[in-house]
Design a protein around this ligand. Structure first.
Ligand code: HEM
Length: 133
């Protein structure tokens, strides 16, 4: 996983990475843009940065911080429908591609594999009632 981690670190150390991500992500859907219309994007970027670090280690810490983020995004709270996560991942990869000069097909596969684990976890918590049953 060194190849993923090296790429990930190059991205998160570049202050333009999350600017680039939100630019692509917000442009990908009117519905998404509307959800963030009153959001302080500076705070949002800082929070996303923390959660990305947890997601990059998702296998180690999935139940920790991600559980509370997943609850916040579930049907009873922000109601982030599962299909939005594909746009989220595509936008993040587009940003990584533009920031990391060493990004290649293999790196892209590793980004997808790693982050998909965190996304699967978030989506598995979307319907809180199913969990409680
Ligand atoms: C795995 C993917 C995602 C992660 C790790 C993530 C992470 C976060 C975090 C850490 C927060 C701040 C939570 C807090 O206030 O305590 C947040 C808020 C939010 N997220 Fe996500 N998110 C993800 C995917 C998405 C997607 C796909 C959407 C929508 C399409 C979305 C929409 C929002 C909105 C609308 C907020 C609230 C913004 C506000 O406070 O105004 N998120 N997210």
């Amino acid at each position: 996983m060194t190849q993923f981690n090296d790429s990930f670190v190059r991205c998160i150390n570049d202050p333009l990475f999350l600017d680039q991500f939100y630019e692509v992500f917000l442009a990908s859907s009117d519905e998404i843009r509307a959800m963030f219309k009153d959001t302080d994007m500076g705070t949002q970027k800082a929070m996303l940065m923390t959660s990305l670090v947890y997601m990059s280690d998702a296998h180690k810490d999935t139940p920790g911080l991600l559980a509370s983020i997943a609850e916040k995004h579930d049907k009873d709270h922000l109601n982030i429908k599962p299909y939005f996560y594909a746009l989220w991942l595509d936008s993040l990869i587009a940003a990584a591609k533009s920031i990391d000069p060493l990004f290649d097909v293999k790196t892209e596969m590793l980004w997808k594999e790693t982050l998909q684990q965190g996304i699967d976890f978030m989506i598995s918590k979307y319907e809180p009632c199913l969990d409680d049953a």
